[in-house]
Design a protein around this ligand. Structure first.
Ligand SMILES: Cc1cc2nc3c(=O)[nH]c(=O)nc-3n(C[C@H](O)[C@H](O)[C@H](O)COP(=O)(O)OP(=O)(O)OC[C@H]3O[C@@H](n4cnc5c(N)ncnc54)[C@H](O)[C@@H]3O)c2cc1C
Length: 408
């Protein structure tokens, strides 16, 4: 049988794309070498735009049933002071959530199966099948080792950074930045979990993210070139980093580390051309950035939606392949252009430039604009609008007027 689409990878990008296409009545096969439920490297944050997608897909109640706490307040600790606020909502989604990936990814795979997609986990794709210069299917093996070939009108790589499809095709990469950071994180009990906290220091960042079971996920982030050194003694480097926020360190040490450390330094920053003859890429396979602003899951949901719409247009004859998939790439790129640059600046772990420092200082005591600044991180306030020179000037002027003697 020839499927309408075969999707390699059944996590947030692959399962969401499969669910949407299967709901459209298409015959979809999803394969993943992992057996689910399965964890993956992640600090789990799904910002409001990602939550809004889940609600729109009818999965809002299932998300809540995963029992990760709803999070409305985000605190951004810069050392001398911190900015805390509640970002604008994204449609119906007022809260962020950070469910463990064992739960979230299975929820999505189940939704794809419920929609009618064939899900084959424990199946590794070893090769891509071509018909001339057109991708026509996959070759792979299940746990028995038996080699299978499956055919489809389109093969979609939702197979992450190391995508076998992107590698085989030689997908063009652009707007590439070298890896900037490396990460280690673990899960702690007994630490305050009523908000997401980010700590930004020169050469270091760390966070505190409430997840399931009353635990918080605490990642520490170093410049990329320190990975080998940190890896030699993770616990020492991890805990000594927290010296940069002594009160937070006290709080953490009063709690208990419940799991081992997880880490990675394989954090490229790229866009890949996400389509060609018989193939498309979605999620990290097509666009990857440092996770410092936790955009990956929400981006994957948006791109799943854009790709499924483009493919539906093609399959149903409303659009030709080139314009439909070109539109997918353009929409993805314009949605993330400003955030990608901001993300790269944050991931440099450099001290804020003087104008940025002045802006952050001016936000103190200005709750409305602080909420909007936090919205640039959560994806619920446009980056370009917040950092527009006239908006920045307005915030700085407001601060100056406030600090004038006699000001109300
Ligand atoms: C340290 C860290 C922290 C992060 N924290 C956050 C966060 O808090 N919030 C957020 O939004 N994002 C976060 N991210 C990013 C987020 O995890 C990714 O953007 C997201 O997982 C991408 O999903 P995906 O479905 O595109 O790919 P992946 O999650 O990489 O899934 C790809 C799947 O493809 C399968 N696969 C690959 N090759 C094959 C093959 N040959 N055959 C069969 N199957 C295959 C894999 O088994 C895997 O299951 C973080 C990333 C890192 C590294």
């Amino acid at each position: 049988m020839t499927y309408d689409a075969i999707i390699i990878g059944s996590r947030v990008a692959g399962a969401a794309t499969a669910m949407l296409l299967a709901r459209g009545g298409y015959r979809i096969l999803v394969v993943d070498r992992t057996r689910f439920p399965s964890d993956t490297i992640s600090t789990h944050i799904v910002w409001q735009p990602g939550v809004a997608r889940l609600i729109g897909w009818g999965l809002g109640e299932q998300l809540i049933a995963l029992e990760a706490p709803p999070i409305s307040t985000i605190e951004f600790d810069l050392g001398p002071f911190s900015l805390a606020g509640v970002p604008p909502p994204s449609g119906p989604a007022e809260n962020a959530y950070a469910p463990r990936r064992t739960l979230l990814d299975s929820m999505l795979a189940n939704a794809a199966a419920t929609a009618g997609a064939d899900i084959r986990d424990g199946f590794t794709v070893d090769g891509i099948i071509f018909d001339g210069d057109r991708v026509a299917g996959i070759r792979g093996h299940g746990e028995s080792g038996v080699v299978l070939i499956e055919h489809a009108n389109i093969v979609i790589g939702a197979d992450g950074v190391h995508s076998i499809l992107a590698r085989t095709i030689g997908a063009h990469e652009y707007n590439v930045h070298p890896p900037l950071t490396c990460w280690y994180y673990s899960y702690w009990s007994g630490v305050r979990n009523d908000r997401i906290r980010f700590f930004s220091r020169e050469g270091r960042a760390f966070g505190c993210i409430p997840t399931n079971g009353g635990l918080v996920c605490i990642p520490v982030i170093w410049p990329h070139d320190r990975f080998a050194e940190v890896k030699r003694d993770i616990e020492r480097h991890y805990l000594s980093s927290l010296d940069l926020a002594p009160d937070f360190k006290k709080e953490v040490l009063a709690g208990k580390r419940e799991e081992r450390f997880y880490g990675t330094a394989h954090i490229p920053n790229y866009f890949r051309s996400p389509y060609g003859r018989g193939w498309a890429l979605v999620g990290d396979a097509g666009y990857h950035k440092d996770p410092i602003l936790a955009q990956g899951i929400s981006d994957a949901f948006r791109d799943a939606s854009l790709l499924a719409t483009a493919l539906d247009d093609v399959f149903s004859g409303r659009s030709l392949w080139g314009p439909a998939l070109g539109g997918y790439e353009a929409a993805r790129n314009s949605a993330v252009a400003a955030t990608y640059e901001m993300n790269t600046q944050f991931a440099a772990l450099a001290p804020p430039a003087p104008d940025m420092r002045a802006l952050m200082a001016a936000l103190r005591g200005n709750q409305r604009d602080t909420n909007q600044f936090i919205g640039t991180i959560t994806g619920t306030f446009p980056v370009a609008e917040f950092f527009a020179p006239e908006n920045v000037q307005r915030i700085l002027t407001k601060r100056t007027q406030k600090s004038q003697p006699g000001a109300a």
